[in-house]
Design a protein around this ligand. Structure first.
Ligand code: ZN
Ligand code: ZN
Length: 219
């Protein structure tokens, strides 16, 4: 069963509707999918109210955990804590921060502000992840993402190495922008092995980290 905490829909730059992506995820072997469209204050309330309705619809009729999330993207680094708190107050169950990927030029300091915030749950594609960032993530229980997405995944190796040294908890997410980017059965393990995680570390993600993550987001 596949658990994936980072995906996008046509409400931002993805290509499927939320309910369509959820439906295809079920067919693809998913047990859990979080919809985490890109947000700032311009669309925060809109995305949360719209996506929330499809997540509720899916959970009511289908056997899937469809989780309402957001991805704070390209926002001023110093605004992250307040915006993440506002997202939670509006009803988002989980907050991802779009980290300092080497293929996208977000404001330096984004990673650090994300891992300092108690309202952030996942730092996605942090690029050249640092020990200082990793230590804050451990201290605040923020999960660090190993990315399946083309480009963002270039630095998975450094994320795995630096994260392991500090003892961070990893998730492996698709960052799907289309149903074609969703995980197929078995691919998450290969993404983990590809960045140097050991088999037992990947097993820990599947058997332990998901439970801890659900606890963190009160799901
Ligand atoms: Zn992102
Ligand atoms: Zn994303």
């Amino acid at each position: 069963m596949i658990y994936d905490f980072h995906t996008h829909t046509y409400l931002t730059d993805g290509s499927n509707s939320p309910i369509e992506l959820i439906r295809i995820a079920i067919v693809s072997g998913y047990k859990c999918i979080a919809i985490t469209d890109h947000v700032s204050y311009s669309n925060l309330d809109f995305i949360i109210s719209r996506v929330g309705k499809d997540c509720q619809l899916a959970k009511k009729y289908w056997d899937i955990d469809a989780i309402l999330g957001v991805e704070l993207t390209n926002v001023p680094a110093k605004s992250i804590n307040d915006m993440a708190r506002d997202a939670k107050e509006l009803g988002a169950k989980l907050v991802v921060v779009h980290g300092e990927s080497i293929v996208e030029d977000v404001e330096p300091g984004t990673n650090l502000e994300a891992v300092k915030s108690e309202y952030v749950d996942i730092l996605a594609h942090p690029g050249i992840f640092t020990s200082k960032e990793a230590e804050f993530a451990v201290k605040n229980g923020i999960f660090i993402e190993i990315s399946y997405r083309v480009g963002h995944s270039l630095t998975n190796g450094v994320v795995a190495n630096i994260g392991r040294e500090a003892g961070v908890r990893f998730l492996i997410d698709s960052d799907a922008h289309s149903h074609l980017d969703l995980f197929r059965p078995g691919i998450q393990e290969k993404v983990g092995l590809g960045c140097g995680l050991k088999k037992d570390e990947i097993k820990e993600i599947f058997e332990k980290n998901y439970k801890l993550f659900f606890k963190r987001i009160n799901y």
